[in-house]
Design a binder for this molecule. Structure first.
Ligand code: PEP
Ligand code: MN
Length: 237
């Protein structure tokens, strides 16, 4: 999320295209401390306004246990990012909230570690957890991460929790989003989460992997037949 206007424009566009949830970054974990870290608390109110306008439930990342109560007041779902998958005090805090959690796989985490991270949340009483495969670190450098397609059926065999895929962070390139999204849906993912920006060239975060609004519409058209057939969800940001 960068400005109110572009958020509302993006939200309206992805809603019209068929997204079923809206993800927007307010507190953003950045590799460099000098990068844009999001608008913070001010963006939560904007995100809630986008929900009112579109009727889409909203999900946003929480990075600090001290922010869990605040973010829960505004969001329908709390995202735990890859970098925090093993932040056990944060997992415990979202576990004590009653807001559903989107738990992203750590970039070097095994599936066993991901499942234990989910349990760290659930043992505290919050069993509404969705798992997200977002690519893992490998020796390959052509892609930002390597999408672990096998994670989908493996996790689904091990747990009843829904499994979604983030092809944007997995590939790190806009041209790879569609093929990776199709692979994810074909492999049985319960949903996908797609990074979208009204003008990726000037995005303050992750522009290389962001689809344009038109690109998102095209992606939905491409995967809708597969997704509809299996009653799967789409998430946009
Ligand atoms: C994100 O989804 O906005 C994000 C930062 O991704 P990850 O935590 O998977 O790197
Ligand atoms: Mn991102």
């Amino acid at each position: 999320m960068e400005t109110r206007e572009t958020l509302f424009q993006t939200a309206a566009s992805v809603a019209a295209a068929g997204a079923t949830m809206l993800r927007g970054g307010a507190f953003k974990p950045r590799t460099s401390p000098y990068s844009f870290k999001g608008l913070g608390a001010a963006a939560l109110e904007m995100l809630a306004e986008a929900r009112t306008r579109t009727n889409l439930p909203v999900v946003t990342e929480v990075m600090d246990p001290r922010d869990v109560a605040l973010v829960s007041e505004w969001a329908d779902m709390l995202q735990i990012g890859a970098r925090n998958m093993q932040n056990y005090s944060l997992l415990a805090e979202v576990g004590r909230s009653r807001t559903p959690v989107l738990l992203k796989r750590g970039m070097s985490a095994t599936l066993r570690e991901l499942l234990f991270a989910a349990e760290h949340i659930m043992v505290n009483g919050n069993t509404n957890v969705v798992l997200c495969e977002r690519g893992i670190r490998t020796f390959e450098t052509a892609t930002r991460n390597t999408l672990d397609v096998a994670a989908i059926p493996v996790l689904q065999a091990e747990t009843h929790l829904p499994v979604i895929v983030d092809p944007s962070h997995a590939g790190g390139r806009a041209d790879l989003v569609a093929p990776l999204a199709r692979a994810a849906i074909a492999a049985g993912a319960d949903g996908i989460m797609i990074e979208v920006h009204h003008d990726p060239a000037v995005a303050r975060s992750d522009g290389d992997q962001a689809l344009t609004l038109e690109g998102f519409r095209e992606l939905v058209a491409l995967i809708a037949p597969i997704a509809r057939a299996s009653d799967r969800i789409l998430v946009a940001s």
